[in-house]
Design a protein around this ligand. Structure first.
Ligand code: PLP
Length: 402
């Protein structure tokens, strides 16, 4: 008998499974809207020019391949924190932000989960929006936190269930942890307004909740990294101590390079130093120290005026292309094809994804009849649409709901 004979087969990953089905389809009209990676106007993966130039700078400097320190490349973590919190941030200026490099956003969330499980002095319960990114629950559960949900999305309005959100956060036990998507909520594409963020901040204060921000899309929502950091900066200005997971996968297109950062705001430099020491103790037995190359690319861009402004305009270019696809899809569905139903959410939703409101049978029919692939919850990656396929997509959706 094999040692592993009792190991049961696990279910396939709900998102990566979509790509498998797409690859197997031989029809030339096929479209993959499942994957959360940017595609250019020809449907191709996009390597940013600023990234290519940073790599040239790096190659010319003939860097070695020595190990990084446990918390990663110091220039990178410093610049990543500045990008998120803003140069004017009080805790940054007071040297009170503990920050470590991470294996992209996922690794940042996992380090944060492990740190909270070990050191958070209150009940280790984390509230996630319903729905949330599919990996949040397993990340925090595997970190040792109890995972609960707060209402977020209203199926009827295809928008924010703000009343439900407020009621659930008010009803959460005091000092619970609450996960907030900083911008471009995945999978719904629905973000709170500035006014709503201010109200959420008040409730978090009132209930003494601990805010953990996941910022995987800074710059991708509005095209401006400053604008997209509003919620994070507002909470810090309001005196909250926060945890923050950052990813450079989307905004620098560094998906496979695994570049991210995890940070905690603390009360002063001495406390930061103690927190830093414990972050190292968590990381060392997990993976010892993070990868070099991507962090070097990101810090080269963030630390060089010219490359930084080129990068900013490329982020804006990606965000703008997605926004223009939203406009085009909305106009084609409503004006040209007179598709029944309300489609305003296609335009109002933010970031890479749109929750279309398509049902599971409709998404299945779209795959079988039109060779269009998306997750079963009706989420589409807007970045997968382009001038060459948007007509086929809109016509197929229109047919599916008629
Ligand atoms: N958080 C959210 C909400 C995401 O959508 C993603 C990626 O899809 C991540 C975190 C982490 O991605 P990565 O580990 O590639 O940075």
């Amino acid at each position: 008998l094999s040692t592993w004979s009792a190991v049961p087969a696990g279910p396939p990953d709900p998102i990566l499974g979509v790509t498998e089905a797409f690859k197997a389809d031989q029809d030339p009209r096929k479209i993959n809207l499942g994957v959360g990676a940017y595609r250019d106007e020809h449907g191709k993966p996009y390597v940013l020019t600023s990234v290519k130039k940073a790599e040239e700078v790096l190659t010319a400097s003939k860097p070695d391949k020595e190990y990084l320190p446990i918390p990663g490349l110091p220039e990178f973590t410093k610049l990543a924190a500045k990008l998120a919190y803003g140069a004017e941030s009080v805790p940054l200026q007071q040297n009170a932000v503990a920050v470590t490099q991470s294996i992209s956003g996922t690794g940042a969330l996992r380090i944060g989960g492990a740190f909270l499980a070990r050191h958070y002095p209150h009940a280790k319960i984390i509230y996630l929006p319903v729905p949330s990114w599919g990996n949040h629950t397993p990340i925090f559960r595997d970190s040792g936190l109890e995972v609960r949900g707060y209402r977020y999305f209203d199926k009827k309005t295809v928008g924010l269930d703000f009343e439900g959100l407020k009621a659930d956060l008010k009803a959460a036990p005091e000092q619970s942890i609450v996960l907030l998507h900083a911008c471009a909520h995945n999978p719904t594409g629905v973000d709170p307004t500035k006014q709503q963020w201010a109200e959420i901040s008040d409730i978090v204060k009132e209930r003494k909740l601990f805010p953990f921000f996941d910022m995987a899309y800074q710059g991708f929502a509005s095209g401006s990294t400053d604008r997209d950091a509003f919620a994070v900066r507002h909470f810090v200005e309001q005196g909250h101590q926060i945890a923050l997971a950052q990813s450079f996968a989307k905004n620098m297109g560094l998906y496979g390079e695994r570049v991210g950062a995890f940070s905690l705001t603390t009360s002063d430099a001495a406390e930061k130093a103690r927190v830093d020491s414990q972050l190292k103790i968590i990381i060392r037995p997990m993976y010892s120290n993070p990868p070099l190359h991507g962090a070097r690319i990101a810090s080269t861009i963030l630390g060089n005026k010219e490359l930084y402004s080129e990068w900013e305009s490329e982020v804006k270019g990606m965000a703008d292309r997605i926004i223009s696809m939203r406009e085009k899809l909305y106009n084609t569905l409503t004006h040209d094809l007179k598709t029944p139903g309300e489609w305003g959410h296609i335009k109002s939703q933010i970031g890479m994804f749109s929750f279309t409101g398509l049902t599971q049978p409709q998404t299945k029919a779209l795959a079988e009849k039109a060779h269009i692939y998306m997750t079963a919850d009706g989420r589409i990656s807007m970045a997968g649409l382009n001038g060459g396929n948007i007509e086929h997509f809109a016509e197929s959706v229109s047919a599916a709901v008629k």
